[in-house]
Write a protein that binds this ligand. Structure first.
Ligand code: THU
Length: 130
């Protein structure tokens, strides 16, 4: 699957985001090892601290359906600075994804361009047990 296909999936689910407080809509799309795509959007709450990030919603949805190994993730948000995942999401991704996993990041107009990095570059020395 091309990065732009994964970015398109993230851009599509971004429209489902529940973000009445920040008005910052985020979509994430994981490419699973079996080739399937699992998406997630941010889900905010009136009790702000309960907000769930798009990346963690995608991971939870994937794990709940038995998919726990991934080949890439795409994240799309509003125009503005590239929506690099927050620190908490990096650590959650590191639970299931290796340091070489590509991370594609773009504003909503992702067809204008996107950034590519890796999970290891975003989170060196991820915390691991065992
Ligand atoms: N957000 C994400 O969905 N992913 C991140 O990695 C960082 C932030 C969401 C949470 C909240 O709904 C909004 O962006 C503003 O913080």
């Amino acid at each position: 699957m091309k990065p732009t296909d994964l970015l398109a999936a993230a851009a599509a689910v971004r429209r489902s985001a529940h973000a009445p407080y920040s008005k910052y809509l985020v979509g994430a799309a994981l490419l699973a090892e079996d080739g399937s795509v699992i998406t997630g959007c941010n889900v905010e709450n009136a009790s702000y601290g309960l907000t769930m990030c798009a990346e963690r919603v995608a991971i939870g949805t994937a794990v709940a359906s038995g998919r726990t190994t991934f080949k890439a993730i795409a994240i799309v948000a509003d125009e503005g600075p590239a929506p690099f995942p927050c620190g908490a999401c990096r650590q959650v991704l590191a639970e299931f994804c290796g340091p070489d996993m590509p991370v594609y990041i773009a504003g909503a107009g992702y067809t204008d361009g996107y950034e590519t990095t890796t999970l290891g570059a975003l989170l060196p020395h991820a915390f691991k047990m065992g």
